[in-house]
Structures are given as C-alpha cells and as structure tokens.
Design a protein around this ligand. Sequence first.
Ligand code: C6P
Length: 400
Amino acid sequence: MIDARKDFPILSRKVHGKKLVYLDNAATAQKPKQVIEAIKNYYENYNSNVHRAVHQLSAEATDAYDEAHEKTANFINAEEEEVIFTKNTTESINIIANHFARTLRKNDEIVLTQMEHHSNIVPWLNTAKITGAKIKYAEINKDGELDLEQIKKLITNKTKIVALAHVSNVLGTINPVKEIAKVAHDKGALVLIDGAQSVPHMPVDVKELDCDFLAFSAHKMLGPTGIGVLYGKKELLENIEPFNFGGDMIKEVTFENASWNDLPWKFEAGTPNMAGAVGLSAAIDYLKKIGMEKIREHELELTKYAIKKLSSIEGVEIYGPKQRVGVISFNLKNVHPHDVSSILDSEGVAVRGGHHCAMPLMKLLGIQGSVRASFYFYNTKEEIDVFVKALAKVKKIMGA
Ligand code: C6P
C-alpha cells in the first residue's frame, strides 16, 4: 500500500462534520504540498516572464519552464520539442481537430468511439461540419469494451484520423490503443489518444504506443489547473499550422508577414502558464518518486476491493468491464444519481453523479446518468468501507 496521505493537506479536512473521503479523482486530483510549495516558491521568488528578458528572474523562470517541458517529455518518453503546453486536454484536442478542419476533404473519414468524452467528440463535430468529412463511431459491447474486429472494418483508406480515449472516464475501460494505432497506420490514418484518464494512472510511453498525438491535463495528475499537454510526433507538428498567433510563437515579423518559431514554441503563443508548468514539474517528480507501476497496482487492488463490496449490495448496477482503471460507474435501482451523490456528500464522501460529459454514451447505456467513484493512489480500503457504508444509508433513506 502507498502511504502518501500526509502530503495532501486537503485530505485531512472535514466535510459536513465528517472526514472527507475524496472519490472524484477522475474529475480532478488533489495536490500534494510539494506541488503547492513549488507554485508558492515560484511566485515568491522568481515570478517573471519567460523567453523574453535577460534579467536574472527571467532566466530562472525560463529555466524552470523549459525544464518542465523536458520532464514532461521524459515522463511519456517523447522528445522535448514534441511537448506543447496547452490549457488542458480539451485545448490539446482542439488544436489537432482544428488542423484537420483546415485539411480534410468531403470524402474523408474521422473515426471515434462510442465511449468518448465530449472533449473528443465536439471538436470533431466541428471539423466534420466545416469540411464535410464523415464521423464513424467504433462500437462498444455490453461490457463497455471496444470491438477490435469492428474497428478493423471501420478504419479504411478513407480514414484520416482515429481519435480515441486511452481510458474511459465513465467505464474505466482501457482501450487497446497500440493495436488500434497499428490498424490505423496500416491504412494511412493518424492516431490521437485522449490520455486524460490514463497518463495520471499508468505508465504511458508514446513510442511504445506509436501514437501520433496524445492529449492530457496536469490537474488530473496532481498538477494545477490551467495547464495541459499536447504531444505530437515532430515530423507531424512541423507540418501543422499554429492555432494561436502572437508573441513567442514567431521567428520574425514584418508589417506584411511572419515566420514561425521552432517547436514546441510555435504552438505556445503569448505569455504561457509559468506557475502551472512549475506545478506540473513538481507533480511529475512526485509521481515518478512513487512509480507509475506502483500507482497502477494500488488502484487495481482498490478497484477490485470496491467492486466486490459494491456487487454485494442489492440494487447496485455497475457499468463497464472487469479489466479497468479505478473508475466505477454505477446506479442504485430507482434512485437518481444526483440523490445518491447528495446523500453520500452529507456523509463526507465526494463522488460525481450525472452524465460525466459523455451524453452519447449515457444514451447508449440507456441511462440518464450514473454515480461515479474514482480513485487515486492516496485512497485507502478504509475509505471504500466508509463509502459502501454511506451507500447503505442512501438505500435506507431512499427506501431503495
Ligand atoms: N473529465 C470527468 O469528470 P479537461 O477538462 O480538458 O481537463 O479534460 C477533458 C477530458 C477529456 N477526456 C477525458 C477522457 C476526460 O475524462 C476529460 C475530463 C472529467 O470525467 C471532467 S468532465
């Protein structure tokens, strides 16, 4: 078991007079004091704009900002110039969808899956609307897993981009992205992986997966909000036009023209989120110190434990496959997920109830929403016991 709770100040607070049990980690993770301190130290000691002035503070801030790129690249086994800092996963996907909105043609096809988050559907709807390209959805089976055989048929020579979640934020399904990337590449299509729910919870190696693009957010991996990552293969990024234009992304500007800076700066227009980068750096240090394999193992054990306990409660229906990350979506028969979440909250247990920004998937599952408990490495079996006990209280109150 990983003992990290002492590093997370928020975990010792009370909610409605009860000890907080934070099980909403798929929405955002809590921050250890090492991350909070790193951001505080940045603002107290070397806050300055980067890549601009020659003064000492700017040099220190620039070093820290560049080091954050280096560490992030190292974390996913990418090259430094292949890592672009964005606002979040959503913006990272939008940058690529925007590129395709400028380059796709009417008969081209985009392949997504039925389990995507809105962030990996809506930008592509826009791309399809602008270009006339067609979106096809890879289907999931009753256990919430992708059907690889169907995907193989779906990806054809017309497919230009396959964009899919590595891990579903609703079902916890881990998709075989490496195999899908191979199928896509054989047909000449590119692959974007939405790593929002995988990068924080398991080792992710872009070279091993052979993905063309990977998007993820710092705030789900102990880092601050407002900073995300877009990884792209260098040879692809070099041929993609920027999305934002302005300072720092240029090499030379005249009144008539402009040329672009080298990677990754070409995609980072304007003053970037320096404090965010410093926080992300500290978050990566922290995760690496524990070890991503160890984090994965801990969460697997918690998930197994929680599913066993939840399955023994009458009226609980769990969605998703056996093999999953620490995300459990469920419903309590005849009780609205918002009621379940509210009563759990009154017991200090924080879960998410609703459609989880995956409305099409909810419709497919034939539900309006679900309750979702999602774990991180600082959660314990004792917390799951509290959660399950609180659920029994929900049943009693609601007469379910
Ligand atoms: N899912 C959840 O509670 P942003 O908001 O840009 O950091 O991440 C978007 C996103 C994209 N893909 C997946 C698979 C995600 O889970 C998320 C964020 C949160 O499930 C907030 S809606």
